[in-house]
Design a protein around this ligand. Structure first.
Ligand code: FAD
Length: 331
């Protein structure tokens, strides 16, 4: 009989634990709290076994690891085949994955392989006290409504939105079991070959990890107006973000996009300039602790979400705002 919760962990390129791993473990522990189920984590890839202690400290009772060479490059087909094998061996009642860049590609395919429904993009996950089954909440209609969803079959597969759930504080005294994952994947399953790796130029703070984000919308008018916002971001030690039209128009690359079809972020301060606050944009920043908005339209939707707002033309507000920031931080 299926039992326990299996969380799907991820490693960064340098084999460190990806932040989404702590988040899926926190979700798994939350679900386990209601049923007393065991929480397992699967970690696949280069040097995975060096991360097991960290994973146990973050909430895993058991870690399935495999460092098979075919899993070293994050090739989706290889990981998919390996995860299907681990799921078969672990026979979990619940699977938790993160909707990271990798996870959003992987989870639907894995669900299909397992022939189970996928509860995708969940922002809350609970256990029904009566049935002891998972009830998840996911935004629908572009974030305009939330649906409560459940799966009638095991494994109940939830894929959670990143940056919504906080990893548990690491507890180094936790003890857990480490087992070799029964993975046998032939290199021929990999149909996509990486011919070249181009590293994105790392300038400044990474959007996903930034404590402060300065984000620009279509209302800034064009790419020629970006420099003063980049200057403000630099003065604040912030990352730059953008709404979708800014990226669609090519003013900034899509890696800057915040929202439903962009990145999900949870900074301390999200400072928006000339962004209207469409639900699809808010889907990516609603976990921000403080939203600050500058918009010339007093009825702009962003003001409904903002803690602080300035109704005004950014061209008038930005110079004095940046000057004050520079004065305060002494740069
Ligand atoms: C399936 C789907 C997915 C989507 N995914 C995303 C997503 O991931 N991210 C995203 O951002 N959008 C997404 N969108 C698009 C979304 O619906 C909005 O169209 C978009 O967010 C609007 O971007 P914006 O606020 O920059 O532009 P606009 O809606 O055009 O707003 C511009 C704002 O700038 C203000 N403004 C203009 N000039 C000035 C000035 N001089 N000073 C101050 N304020 C000024 C205006 O008052 C206005 O509020 C998606 C849409 C769909 C259908």
């Amino acid at each position: 009989m299926a039992q326990g919760i299996l969380a799907i962990g991820e490693l960064n390129e340098d084999s460190s634990l990806a932040s989404v791993t702590g988040e899926v473990l926190a979700v798994a522990r939350k679900l386990a709290g209601a049923t007393g189920a065991q929480v397992s984590l699967v970690l696949l890839g280069k040097n995975a076994s060096q991360r097991t202690k960290e994973a146990i400290a973050l909430g895993a009772d058991k870690v399935w690891v495999s460092e098979a060479e075919v899993l070293h490059e994050n090739q989706i087909e290889a990981h998919l085949a390996a995860l299907a094998q681990v799921c078969k061996a672990a026979d979990p009642q619940v699977i938790v994955a993160g909707k990271s860049l990798f996870g959003r590609d992987l989870a639907p395919r894995l669900a299909f392989r397992l022939r189970v429904p996928l509860m995708q993009d969940c922002i809350d996950v609970n256990t029904d006290p009566a049935t002891k089954r998972v009830v998840a909440v996911r935004p629908v209609y572009g974030g305009n409504a939330n649906a409560r969803v459940a799966s009638p079959v095991d494994p109940q597969f939830v894929c959670v939105r990143p940056k919504i759930f906080e990893a548990l504080p690491p507890n180094p005294s936790r003890r857990g079991e480490v087992v070799q994952a029964p993975v046998s994947v032939d290199a021929s399953v990999v149909k996509v070959k990486r011919v070249r790796r181009v590293k994105e130029e790392a300038t400044g703070v990474k959007l996903e990890d930034a404590r402060v984000v300065v984000s620009v919308g279509r209302g800034i008018g064009g790419p020629e107006n970006l420099p003063p916002f980049q200057d403000l971001a630099k003065a604040l030690g912030a990352a730059l973000g953008a709404s979708r039209p800014v990226c669609d128009a090519g003013w900034l690359d899509h890696s800057f996009q915040v929202g439903l079809t962009g990145k999900t972020i949870a900074p301390e301060i999200y400072l928006t300039w000339a962004i209207s606050g469409a639900s699809q944009h808010l889907a990516g920043c609603s976990a921000a602790k403080n939203i600050v908005a500058v918009n010339r339209d007093p009825n702009a939707n962003i003001f409904k979400e903002a803690k602080y707002g300035v109704v005004g033309d950014w061209k008038k507000v930005l110079p004095s705002f940046t000057a004050t920031v520079k004065e305060l931080v002494g740069s």
